[in-house]
Design a binder for this molecule. Structure first.
Ligand code: G3P
Ligand code: CA
Length: 277
């Protein structure tokens, strides 16, 4: 019956800290990850980019301009693309002061001088500070710009001993990138991300049936989530993790539609709604 498909597949709804607790601290810094863990996040989300010398780092944009002081430190290197900088050069950047300037009411001294973490550092930090209880959720960003990033990612997951973790999820907007990951690590949980444009003109049920071949779930832009969308996903045994949901009203509305987790900059609000111990 139609009703049962509206229930979440799992009784646990995942609090996914989007770039860390990024409403409260500078995204993709250890300080923002630490706050997300204090706010009872179940998963930490990392966006991945690759440096000129082949290191995976946690950073959302393909350029360093918005979230670091690259423009001041390297004035002649516009447009400050990650792929043109070595890790050593990136490590000299301040990845926290921009936040204090942009959000003075949230500013903290400890944010000044925060560094861009490598994926390896980010994993180790979350595993250690989260006592192994906080899951890892990683996005291959711009995989076309970074050939070989999937191989690097799997290597790092093996090296840090987390590839077999029950609470490891990999996500991408790129089907090609997800299929590569599936070939390399057939048991890893994969989430196909969707913008509204990607589903335009498509029969959602058929699309989900097709991707269920490699994906364990979908990560839709929040406005896509309506009852028929939920039904199509759950009928295909796919989890639904919408992004990016920040207000209490939106978080609650999506819970009542039966989502299985939500990406949020405000993990405390979702944890409260779920009465997380
Ligand atoms: O990964 C889910 C969501 O984060 C996708 O959007 O741009 O914030 O990575 P973006
Ligand atoms: Ca992301």
């Amino acid at each position: 019956n139609g009703q049962s498909t509206l229930r979440p597949i799992t009784s646990d709804v995942a609090v996914i800290a989007h770039r860390g607790a990024s409403a409260y601290g500078p995204e993709h810094t250890l300080a923002a990850y630490k706050q997300a863990m204090q706010m009872k996040a179940d998963y930490m989300e990392f966006d991945l980019q690759m440096t000129k010398d082949g290191h995976l780092i946690a950073l959302h944009d393909e350029t360093l301009e918005r979230t670091t002081n690259a423009k001041e430190l390297y004035p002649d290197r516009a447009p400050w693309q990650v792929k043109d900088f070595t890790l050593d050069e990136i490590k000299r950047l301040d990845a926290g002061s921009w936040f204090n300037a942009a959000f003075p009411n949230m500013a903290k001294k400890e944010y000044v001088g925060q560094r861009v973490p490598t994926l390896e550092e980010a994993i180790k930090f979350v595993k250690q500070k989260g006592n192994g209880k906080v899951g890892l959720y990683m996005e291959t960003k711009a995989p076309n710009v970074y050939p070989g990033m999937e191989e690097k990612l799997i290597d790092i997951l093996k090296k840090t001993n987390v590839l077999k973790d029950k609470h490891l999820i990999l996500e991408s907007f790129s089907e090609e990138s997800l299929r590569k990951l599936k070939t390399m690590a057939p048991n890893v949980k994969l989430i196909q991300l969707y913008t509204a444009d990607m589903l335009k003109g498509k029969d959602v049920y058929q699309e989900f049936k097709r991707i269920a071949e490699y994906a364990a779930g979908v990560g839709p832009s929040k406005e896509l989530v309506v009852p028929t969308f939920m039904e199509a996903a759950h009928q295909n045994q796919l989890l639904v993790h919408p992004w990016t949901v920040n207000s209490q009203d939106d978080l609650a509305a999506l819970l009542s539609l039966g989502v299985d987790g939500e990406f949020t900059n405000n993990p405390d609000l979702l944890a409260d709604l779920l009465n997380k111990p």
